[in-house]
Design a protein around this ligand. Structure first.
Ligand code: F6R
Length: 611
């Protein structure tokens, strides 16, 4: 989603801002812009629709030079992706703003500001901020003080940064619902919506908290809370992320991240397994006491993370005997929810900044859940900060918009949760935990074996290049895996894909099946295999082409219209993790064949910080 970079230095900051924008490209955007307080003593800006490259080329031809600047990548919400809607937005040539989030009361503010004589040049909600600030500065000339007064009138979500031609000694910023981080340099300071944007200039960061206002000068940073109290925020040395910066030998970040899965699954397991048991304290010192009280689990998440939650329901109920509900956050947050006594609220998120998931967590706190647990990939995220317990997935930064290694590490974390709850409550069948702990230790090797199928899957992808629709089938815990496979295919190859529990086929979707609709199935060797085989016959009988990822012991063979890809045998409980891998590879290779922008698919954003 939108990205912000800002800098105040004694050197020209254009290159720093551009590099920062490039590092934020993975989040998804449709236009980019930069504004500088130029050496000529005025605000100047350049905006371009499309990639940061276009902006860079324009700046190479006609440079902007300055020591104070802000820059932005925009993901359109209010107003089409056109140059006049791209940030930064100006007021009276004196102020420039960049903004992430949505100002919900932009309409009344716009009417008021228009009646005061302000001229609007964009269709965005953002432009009201800069005119309102300009208006406030007529009575409160100090930029920082005027910003404090301005944000009091804004409803909605914002992470924003402002520079002024009249007070070019500083960059001011405000956070409410959209993350911002200050980067600390030597005699220069920076701001960004994600620390990754600033990794080339610093590794020392200060994370703004909800409601914070910051005044960032070359040699000082001052922060106030929403109540106007001056505060110091902790300085964090951030070393993660360096390895994420380049693709290495891989053509795309997505492929690199798929191949990182053995390593990051290993990391997610590290220090969390005893000889025959999961170490419950991995969830926090008070986890064992809390888990003993848990009688139900409510999982809330979005997109891929929601699919991880769906798999976990099969585990929590099937292995640990704990009732579990799973819901997408955007529904949960607006529904009247009846909470069962002693329910653990579990949120799952790669970024920890997804607006709907965060809002659901905040609602949950009012609803009387026993406690909240965040399964998250970002240790400094809002979700982690606001939850009682945390289990970090150790996937490392995920740059490809389509989530891959985040999903498999979430599944690992959820299996650790299942075993921990079952262990503390004594609900696991004898021997199950020891067996699964051993199998979890072998999982990185198994994932490596699945990755070795890379070139086989690449070949299978050719079957999809000319197709417009695909059906994914799975049964039991493989149904959410099928859903995840369908989501991956649609988001990066733009082929319409739907997932069904295989048993539902004859209740409707079978009508769609013909030779133009490939049907992808995941078939581990479990008690549902025979049922699944019958479903596959139903597809073949209608001329549908089958692509089956099947256990080597499943007894399924290649035949006319049936392509069987043999998978290494794995204990059934962990099969969802293993079978995800070839589906990720499949969507990747189909997308490559179709020539789409694999790492930054159209219309999508990496971290969905608006609802
Ligand atoms: C799909 C994908 C999205 C995210 C969803 C939630 O590949 O990445 O569906 O899973 O936007 O994001 P997080 O996990 O950051 O809350």
């Amino acid at each position: 989603m939108c990205g912000i970079v800002g800098a105040v230095a004694e050197r020209n900051v254009t290159a720093i801002l551009l590099e920062g924008l490039k590092r934020l490209e993975y989040r998804g955007y449709d236009s980019a812009g930069v504004a500088l307080f130029s050496n000529a003593g005025v605000l100047e800006r350049r905006r371009r629709v499309g990639k940061v490259n276009e902006l860079e080329q324009s700046l190479a031809g006609e440079p902007l030079v300055g020591r104070l600047g802000i820059a932005h990548t925009r993901w359109a919400t209010h107003g089409a992706p056109l140059e006049h809607n791209a940030h930064p937005h100006f007021s009276s040539g004196e102020l420039a703003v960049v903004h992430n989030g949505i100002i919900e009361n932009h309409e009344p503010l716009r009417d008021r500001l228009k009646s005061l004589g302000y001229l609007f040049t964009s269709d965005t909600d953002t432009e009201v901020i800069v005119h309102l600030l300009h208006h406030k500065m007529q009575d409160t000339p100090d930029l920082t003080a005027a910003l404090k007064a301005t944000v009091k009138e804004l409803h909605g979500a914002y992470g924003l940064a402002v520079i002024s031609a009249k007070q070019p000694d500083r960059l001011v910023a405000a956070r409410s619902g959209s993350p911002l981080v200050v980067g600390l340099g030597l005699g220069e300071n920076f701001l960004a919506s994600d620390q990754l944007a600033l990794r080339q200039v610093t590794d020392r960061f200060m994370y703004l908290e909800e409601g914070d206002i910051a005044e960032i000068r070359r040699d000082s940073v001052q922060i106030w809370t929403a109540a106007g109290v001056s505060v110091e925020r902790e300085i964090v040395q951030y070393r993660e992320g360096a390895e994420a910066a380049d693709k290495g030998e891989f053509r795309h970040f997505m492929l690199k991240e798929i191949h990182e899965q053995p390593k990051v699954v290993q990391r997610t397991l590290e220090n969390r397994l005893g000889p025959e048991q999961v170490l419950v304290q991995a969830f926090g010192p008070q986890a064992a006491e809390l888990f003993a009280k848990v009688r139900n689990v409510q999982i809330v998440a979005c997109g891929t993370s929601y699919h991880a939650g769906m798999v976990a329901r099969y585990w929590l109920e099937g292995l640990a005997g704990i009732p579990c509900q799973v819901e997408v956050a955007s529904e949960f947050r607006y529904r009247k929810v009846v909470v069962q006594p002693d329910t653990l609220f579990v949120s799952i998120s790669q970024s920890g900044e997804t607006a709907d998931t965060l809002a659901a967590l905040r609602n949950a706190k009012e609803l009387g859940f026993l406690a909240s647990l965040a399964i998250c990939n970002v240790s400094i995220s809002s979700l982690v900060r606001e939850s009682d317990l945390t289990l970090l997935t150790q996937a490392g930064p995920e740059i490809g918009v389509a989530s891959t290694k985040a999903f498999t590490t979430q599944l690992v974390a959820l299996m650790l949760l299942t075993l921990s709850l079952g262990q503390v409550k004594g609900t696991l069948a004898a021997g199950v935990e020891a067996e699964l702990v051993e199998e979890l230790r072998r999982l990185p090797t198994r994932l490596g074996e699945a990755l070795a199928m890379d070139s086989t899957v690449e070949k299978v992808a050719e079957l999809f290049a000319e197709k417009n629709h695909t059906l994914f089938l799975g049964r039991g815990a493989q149904f959410p895996v099928a859903m995840e496979g369908a989501l991956k295919l649609k988001e990066i190859s733009y082929i319409h894909a739907e997932a069904y529990p295989a048993g539902e086929l004859k209740h409707g979707p079978l009508a769609l099946v013909d030779s133009d609709m490939p049907v992808v199935t995941v078939a581990p060797n479990n008690e549902l295999l025979e049922k699944l085989k019958s479903n596959l016959q139903e597809v073949r009988a209608r001329g549908g082409e089958l692509i089956v990822f099947a256990d080597e012991q499943a007894g399924l063979n290649n035949g006319e219209g049936t392509h069987v890809i043999s998978m290494p045998h794995i204990i059934d409980a962990l099969a969802p993790i293993l079978y995800t891998v070839p589906l990720q590879l499949l969507s990747y290779y189909v997308a490559v064949l179709k020539g789409t922008d694999v790492d930054q698919p159209r219309n999508l954003a990496k971290s969905v910080t608006v609802e």
